[in-house]
Write a protein that binds this ligand. Structure first.
Ligand code: TMP
Length: 211
């Protein structure tokens, strides 16, 4: 069976990932391949049910370790039911957040032991790793202002405070610096068309899009 490609989008709050995922999925689809656009936490019915527990309610509803376990329960269901089957049939999977969000939110910013997160990656992800990760970077104040403009109930992580969001940005940039072969930093503080162009140039440059 042919093997697809797995692209993940990462970054802090309000950095504009979802619009750009739709645009990238449309461009990849226009090359004739099957594209699966999905998100975490969520992306399968079971994982979406777990998402509701995670993103709604009081900011201290879960400890960082409990959050890590819930994120990984959702991720495992998403992998088993959506991501692995799609890659196995040759589809390109474009996912809004994946394991780097757990490293950044629950690990670096939340204080969960990186050893626990590394063990989760080994035993829960198994062979599923992104071929390319686009890290959307912008000042957290700007992203949080954009996120606050949206009317939605999923505010638990947005409420975590300025220091948390500053640590997040550093964590994502640290992941990009540590794994430059997999990751690329996208300057998200530009107009939609400029960000779209940067995303497309990066994807074309890193993966055999037209092959
Ligand atoms: P979203 O707003 O990008 O849909 O993501 C939902 C929230 O979940 C967002 O605030 C980031 C958070 N999150 C984590 O804390 N850890 C994770 O592993 C993932 C996937 C998301």
């Amino acid at each position: 069976m042919s093997q697809g490609r797995f692209i993940t989008f990462e970054g802090g709050e309000g950095v504009g990932k979802s619009t750009q995922i739709r645009r990238l999925a449309a461009r990849l689809g226009a090359t004739g391949r099957e594209v699966v656009a999905t998100r975490e936490p969520g992306g399968s019915p079971g994982a979406e049910a777990i998402r509701d527990l995670l993103v709604k309610g009081a900011v201290d509803r879960w400890s960082p370790v409990t959050e890590t376990l819930l994120m990984y329960a959702a991720r495992r269901d998403h992998i088993e039911r959506v991501i692995r089957p799609a890659l196995a049939r040759g589809a390109w999977v474009v996912c809004d957040r994946f394991a780097d969000s757990t490293r950044a939110y629950q690990g670096a910013a939340g204080g969960t032991d990186p050893g626990l997160i590394a063990a989760m990656e080994t035993y829960v992800l198994e062979e599923i790793r992104p071929d390319l990760t686009l890290i959307f970077d912008m000042a957290p104040e700007a992203g949080l202002a954009r996120a606050a403009d949206r009317t939605h109930a999923e505010t638990r992580f947005e409420s975590k405070g300025a220091a948390f969001h500053a640590r997040l940005r550093e964590a994502f940039l640290g992941i990009a610096a540590a794994e430059p072969g997999r990751c690329a930093v996208i300057d998200a503080d530009q107009g939609l068309e400029a960000v779209e162009a940067q995303v497309w140039t990066t994807v074309e440059g890193r993966l055999a899009v037209h092959g």
